[in-house]
Ligand binder design. Structure first.
Ligand SMILES: [Zn+2]
Length: 167
């Protein structure tokens, strides 16, 4: 991605891109964002949604790697969730249930709870998946509607960009 566009995202979402090395690019995001400019809006929207979802919760999401892979957007991230009172209670509860051979019941309760309300972590996963889904329908080079083209080497592009690419 064009360095100016990358830096625009880094400035707009300083926490998410706190591992970004800036001009030096000498961090774990050392390669910068390795995808085309056409996905700028998708990444921008994705970060916006994550930021809104987190709100003032003390959860921290940082991007490890942003790249094109098999024609789609891969957004690898790290999530830090603070130790909370409820987490500690559920940890004690879990240990107690496993000690008394109620481990299976514990997992049934966990599944049930997940169905009732999804956690912030799961919602973040959904936002990332949604961004990837959109990338498969958006030209990586210009941002116009596109589709995944090619065999072996695949790339999501619009018709015009693809014709230029294969020349
Ligand atoms: Zn295009």
């Amino acid at each position: 991605m064009n360095i100016d566009l990358e830096l625009k995202l880094v400035k707009k979402y300083p926490i998410i891109f706190s591992q970004y090395g800036g001009d030096i690019r000498y961090t774990c995001m050392g390669w910068g964002m390795t995808c085309g400019d056409g996905w700028y809006n998708i990444i921008d929207e994705l970060c916006e949604n994550v930021t809104t979802l987190i709100g003032n919760k003390s959860i921290k999401v940082t991007a490890d790697q942003v790249k094109e892979k098999f024609g789609g957007l891969s957004f690898y991230y790290n999530i830090e969730v603070p130790e909370t009172f409820m987490n500690n209670v559920s940890y004690i509860f879990r240990n107690a249930m496993f000690k008394t051979k109620l481990g299976r019941l514990y997992w049934i309760i966990v599944d049930f709870r997940k169905k009732i309300y999804r956690t912030t972590e799961e919602k973040i996963r959904d936002i990332i998946d949604d961004g990837q889904y959109k990338s498969y329908k958006t030209c990586e080079l210009c941002g116009k509607p596109g589709k995944t083209r090619g065999q072996g080497w695949v790339s999501t592009q619009c018709k015009e960009c693809w014709e230029k690419s294969i020349k």
